[in-house]
Design a protein around this ligand. Sequence first.
Ligand code: NAD
Ligand code: GLY
Length: 356
Amino acid sequence: MLELTVNLDERSYPIYIGPSILQQTGLLLEHIGDCRPIIITNDTIAPLYLDNVMALLAEVNPLSFIIPDGEQFKSLEWFEKISAFLLENNCGRDTCLIALGGGVVGDLTGFVAACYQRGVPFIQVPTTLLSQVDSSVGGKTAVNHPLGKNMIGAFYQPQAVFIDTESLHTLPTREFAAGMAEVIKYGLIYDTELFRFLENNLKQLKALDEEILQHVIYRCCEIKALIVAEDEKEAGLRALLNLGHTFAHAIEAQMGYGKWLHGEAVATGMVLAAKLAHTRGDLTAQQVTRICDLITRYDLPTNIPENMTSEQFLHHMRKDKKNKKGTIRFILPTKFGQCALVDDVSDQHVRDLIEQ
Ligand code: NAD
Ligand code: GLY
């Protein structure tokens, strides 16, 4: 088992990574302490893993709440249903919520934990690659609003993150690929060595080789932990984690959430960001090709949706959370393995890029 810490003074917490993490009763119980555990999961993950986690926690009388599977349930409606369940079961401040699932379950559970009785502890048990390398770490919690994704939320850190690498064995391959987009992102914003590692270990990663997988997940969590420790509330540095996301959010919104997986949209968004960086003289054509090749080799898209116009991109990007005073701001590579927030990309520049 590997372990690292997200350093946030009194709110610091450990991340445990390895196979069979969910068999380690003692460790999970240690983090639950004197609290009553309530496991929140969905109806896809429950038949796979819920019994196991309930059994681990049997001595502290856990309860569980199962939501339907889907991004549309990361909503105020389901926030309210979980809150009602907690109230009906007389859950007090000595409650510990356990998010067992992907980013949808993690974001929703974390937001309930942030708000219920003004905050109760919660533990992340991420079961998708995307949630293991990104959403379970760093304390961004949220629900969607009909007018925008993740628009209602809070920064609220978990007590611990338990990453069981074996849970990836039941994850659909398309979801695994979507998680790889976020992994590739870390290589592009921070770590050319990781990027090269992904190029050289593709077969092993796709085959879920335990050692390679642990190494990659550990490195991603380590980078994210460093960034979050430096800039928890996204005043600057943390925004780099949004490489490709400005374009991605536009694709997701235009296509309807769920049609393109978030990671798929991020993959195409990173290609667009790389091409934009090339036109600014910051990446060579060969480097852009290298990025496209890796994304393609991990079974991710590099082309924008057919028929999506530059005006549609601009329309959605004008609502991006990073914008300031009406200016669309992008995270772009400034060289291979390094990125920056830029605010001098004109609408015409975006039109040229999309129409290319
Ligand atoms: P998800 O939670 O919808 O999970 C994807 C699918 O995989 C679902 O059908 C789920 O039921 C299934 N699944 C999960 N684990 C499984 C397993 N081990 N075996 C079989 N099936 C499994 O999607 P996601 O990609 O994990 O997360 C996307 C969400 O995360 C979005 O809502 C996004 O906004 C959010 N997000 C949050 C952050 C953050 O910092 N908080 C970062 C990135 C993304
Ligand atoms: N997923 C981006 C962040 O956590 O900031």
